[in-house]
Design a protein around this ligand. Structure first.
Ligand code: GAF
Length: 386
């Protein structure tokens, strides 16, 4: 999926498809998570950043309740729906995201209203970079403004979470939409998922002579599939057995005592979440004090925890991490919900070509399809373009 159209071109294409100009064009980014995986729904800490890959929507409200949706990619063609009779679990492909947002806004009391929408995006789909939230955040930004709904960012985060959980059917947390709505160039977002408080933490790898590479394994994942929900259920089981509201309330010092109260699998799931929350805090402290070059060991430890304790990695992700590290990365880890998707590797700029070559060689030798490898930088969150 490649972004081919700027805002003016997208508006012009909208005009030729739907017969007149859109009311506006909005953009929202995908995200990479630097640290803090599967901690958000445990009311813990995360440290994602919005990336320089975006979804863009040209939107016009309609006087009736008809909804017409089209994208510049894929072969889904024009999708039509009635805003007055949206039912979760029935929409197909990418259209479930704008329809889910419309539905979630209606659940908050927004009047039923139709719209025409044209989508363009260069966030790779199924790659663990939150292409779905990029669409949802672009759409909610557009509808919030056009309908005068007046939601603040926190409310938009919760509305898109409701769209994901109850319309799309993916029991996800609040990390991805928070990054997409609140991201800022040159910064990662330190988010406390209990109270949604945030702090922007400088993360400028390139001024430190480093590059952040995404390695998209092309192993497609879906959070509406069973693995994500099973991990979430394990965490809830662990919290209940330990008598806490959420695993956020378990500290590293509690782990020894927890061992005797949990079955071995639940204990390992809990240990991942508890240690991952600590790694988020340690990463933030290192970024504040020393800079990006110091966080490599934490990236590595996070990957090991996801591979061994949370068991959400896969052979392709493990290979990407090992190959990147052996060719000079200062640290690497899978990013996102897991079971496929992408790894990130923080590397000295001078090691970029060796790392790319090592990963490509490793994938070819293992007989895996070639990965997509590209640089990412922390970028701005959702914005109106035209
Ligand atoms: C997915 C979810 F959408 C997030 O809420 C988060 O749980 C993440 O997986 C894992 O950290 O991206």
């Amino acid at each position: 999926m490649t972004l081919t159209l700027d805002a003016g071109q997208l508006a012009a294409r909208f005009g030729s498809v739907f017969g007149s100009a859109p009311d506006g064009v909005w953009q929202a980014p995908g995200r990479v998570n630097l640290m803090g995986e599967h901690t958000d729904y445990n009311e813990g800490f995360v440290l994602p950043f919005a990336i320089d890959r975006t979804a863009r929507v040209a939107v016009r409200l309609r006087p009736d309740s008809a909804v017409r949706l089209l994208s510049t990619f894929g072969n889904q063609g024009l999708t039509t729906a009635d805003a007055g009779s949206l039912v979760g679990g029935t929409a197909k492909g990418w259209t479930k995201y704008p329809l889910g947002v419309l539905w979630a806004l209606q659940q908050r009391g927004l009047p039923v209203r139709g719209l025409d929408l044209l989508l363009d995006s260069d966030v790779p789909r199924g790659a663990g970079l939150s292409s779905s939230h990029a669409i949802e955040c672009a759409v909610i930004s557009a509808l919030n403004e056009l309908t005068g709904a007046g939601l603040d960012t926190q409310e938009m985060v919760l509305a898109t979470q409701r769209a994901e959980n109850d319309f799309v059917g993916a029991p996800t947390g609040i990390m991805d939409q928070s990054a997409s709505l609140r991201g800022a160039a040159g910064h990662a977002l330190f988010l406390d998922c209990r109270d949604q408080s945030v702090r922007l933490v400088p993360f400028d790898a390139e001024s430190a002579g480093l590059v952040m590479l995404v390695i998209d394994t092309k192993v497609s994942h879906s959070h509406a599939a069973g693995g994500y929900a099973a991990r979430r259920a394990s965490c809830e089981l662990g919290a209940a057995a330990l008598g806490v509201r959420a695993l956020r309330d378990v500290g590293p010092g509690d782990l020894e005592g927890a061992g005797g109260r949990l079955d071995p699998v639940t204990f390992r799931r809990v240990r991942h979440v508890v240690t991952e929350n600590e790694r988020v805090r340690q990463t933030v402290a290192l970024l504040d004090s020393t800079g990006p070059g110091a966080i490599g060991p934490l990236l590595d430890a996070s990957h090991a925890s996801m591979r061994d304790d949370f068991e959400i990695s896969c052979p392709e992700l493990d290979l990407a991490v090992v190959a990147a590290r052996s060719a000079g990365a200062v640290g690497a880890r899978m990013t996102g919900g897991g079971f496929g998707g992408s790894a990130i590797a923080l590397i000295p700029a001078t090691a970029e070509q060796p790392v790319r070559a090592a990963v490509e060689r490793g994938f070819a030798a293992a007989g895996y399809p070639a990965p997509a490898i590209f640089r990412v930088r922390p970028a701005a969150g959702a914005v109106r373009l035209a």
